[in-house]
Design a protein around this ligand. Structure first.
Ligand code: ADP
Ligand code: ZN
Length: 525
């Protein structure tokens, strides 16, 4: 009926002149019946990598995706192009499901989107066995990685596919790209023999900036007013409450903002999401429940008011900015409280020791990115096992405003001695606030109550400000020279603390610039 030449399909159906990057090689591999593992950043064009082969090969391309909320939109968009697409997931009623099943069996579908949990249902497997399958595409394939940040148990079922359908090619796609995740995906999906396609993960149009957090909402407002007035963007917050408060705060300041989190009614979520996609210049305040699979090209900034749990998460979330290739900002405000909170969440959370160690490693890598004095982009790319084009990218805060470091050995000694004396002389532990008050020699009621003015370290730190001490504390904790624990998140020694307290280890610290780096270009507004 119609041609099975990939280029012809690309032009006729999708209206594009040429494949991008690895797309052509991937399409040829899969169309020819081979397996592929595709690692491509968000916005790289993963969809065409399975859509074109699905049209080029006889039968239906079955796409496994966890993004149930987007399936209707994806299918509508494909139908608008004349592609015969359908989906099966839990949002449908029995009639809709039956209709799709009939279309599939009659060979009337080019693409069938499927939620992974459908494969748990024996009837679905039998249905698939009765039809003709062109290929299996496994989208968001990192969801199979058990220790990754997005694990979905149902993805483990996908290792059954090659057993039941040994002759059907499979293509797994993800925007997450560490070597560890890639290896785990290949093993769990039995794709060790697949050809791997790894695109560059650099997003040169995104400017990375990480600032010390003091008044996060005010800092955010300043960013939006000075650089992103009228722009669409996403503001990520850790908690639902903070999402709502931030949305209210921005609205009160005259910025059109909407909330999005899993605690909102499904209809409200759907409405807010579709407004964000449809209207110009809306700011979405959201938990990380928002964003996966969202294809809005002109998101001009992604701001994080809380620390992401991993570099993978940070990269994916910031990657939602600037898909159109235009200059965009990835901005993160982070402080000591973030480190304390995340460490506590790991300690109090579920999972065995191995799991917690894994989470702690993810957090440490994120902290290292925050505390680096080197180019953020270079560090990010190295984390994903890729070689940066240059040591300095010229489009991140540390490149635009080089960060100087200072010898914080003595400051670290003062902090550590304070924590040590509280423990040794008083058998007490305190949080950052009290330790800073002691260093600054402040006679607060709490100081008087505990007679902390009688400690020999009282007032030994008047050379630095309150904010500067908090920056020191944050960096000590981020580097593991000090830790936080217990119900009250008190400061405690680590194995590395004694040597640093004795001054045996030189401690170089970041000097926090007074203001966040400004870009040299000027954007409207
Ligand atoms: P990903 O899934 O990797 O995030 P998408 O498949 O959603 O990326 O593609 C991102 C955008 O790039 C889409 O708007 C898509 O239409 C566009 N695109 C993809 N491939 C091409 C191409 N070869 N030529 C032009 N535009 C493309
Ligand atoms: Zn840089």
């Amino acid at each position: 009926m119609h041609s099975s030449d990939p280029h012809e399909i690309l032009r006729r159906v999708f209206g594009y002149d040429a494949f991008r990057g690895d797309q052509q090689a991937i399409v040829e591999q899969v169309t020819g019946g081979g397996d592929a593992l595709v690692l491509m950043p968000t916005g790289g064009g993963k969809s065409l990598c399975y859509q074109v082969p699905a049209l080029a090969r006889p039968g239906t391309g079955v796409v496994v995706s966890p993004l149930i909320a987007l399936m209707q939109d994806q299918v509508d968009a494909l139908r608008a192009l004349g592609v015969r697409a359908g989906f099966l997931n839990s949002t449908q009623d029995a009639d809709e499901r039956r209709l799709t099943e009939q279309e599939f069996l009659a060979g009337e579908l080019d693409l069938l989107y499927l939620a992974p949990e459908r494969l748990r249902v024996e009837a679905t497997v039998r249905l698939l066995e009765r039809g003709r399958i062109a290929l299996f595409a496994i989208d968001e394939a990192h969801c199979v990685a058990q220790w990754g940040h997005d694990f979905r148990p149902d993805y483990l079922l996908l290792s059954e596919l090659p057993k039941r359908w040994p002759d059907v090619p499979r293509i797994a796609l993800t925007a997450t790209a560490t070597d560890a995740t890639r290896t785990e995906i290949a093993q769990r999906l039995e794709l060790t023999g697949a050809q791997a396609f790894v695109a560059s993960f650099d997003r040169p149009n995104i400017q990375y900036r990480i600032v010390a957090k003091n008044e996060p909402r005010r800092q955010l407002l300043e960013l939006l007013r000075s650089e992103h007035a009228g722009d669409a963007g996403i503001v990520y917050c850790l908690s639902r409450r903070s999402v709502e408060q931030t949305a209210e705060f921005l609205s009160a300041q005259g910025i059109r903002a909407l909330p999005y989190h899993a605690g909102l009614d499904a209809s409200v979520r759907r409405e807010n999401q579709s407004r964000f996609l449809r209207e110009d210049g809306l700011v979405m305040c959201a938990t990380i429940a928002f964003g996966m699979g969202i294809d809005k090209p002109d998101v001009r900034f992604v701001a994080h008011l809380d620390l992401p749990k991993s570099v993978e998460g940070y990269y994916q979330e910031t990657g939602r900015a600037g898909r159109d290739g235009e200059p965009s900002t990835a901005w993160l405000a982070y402080g000591l409280a973030d480190v304390v909170q995340q460490r506590k969440m790991i300690d109090d959370g579920e999972g065995d020791a191995t799991h917690k160690r894994r989470l702690a490693q993810h957090l440490d890598a994120m902290l290292a990115l925050c505390e680096t004095t080197e180019c953020r982009r270079a560090q990010l790319l190295r984390y994903f096992g890729q070689k940066p084009a240059a040591e300095r990218c010229g489009n991140c805060d540390t490149c635009l405003t080089p960060v100087s470091s200072w010898d914080g050995t003595v400051a670290a000694q003062k902090v550590l001695s304070t924590v040590w004396r509280l423990k040794k002389e008083r058998n007490q532990e305190f949080g950052a606030g009290q330790v800073v008050d002691i260093l600054l020699g402040r006679r607060t009621p709490k100081v008087d109550q505990h007679r902390h003015h009688e400690l020999s370290v009282f007032g030994v730190g008047t050379e630095l400000t309150d904010v500067a001490w908090r920056n020191v504390l944050r960096q000590l904790v981020a580097r593991g020279l000090l830790t936080v624990g217990g119900n009250y998140s008190t400061l405690r020694f680590t194995d590395e603390s004694p040597a640093a307290m004795r001054g045996e280890q030189k401690v170089m610290l970041r000097s926090e610039p007074e203001r966040a780096a400004r870009s040299s270009r000027s954007r409207g507004g």
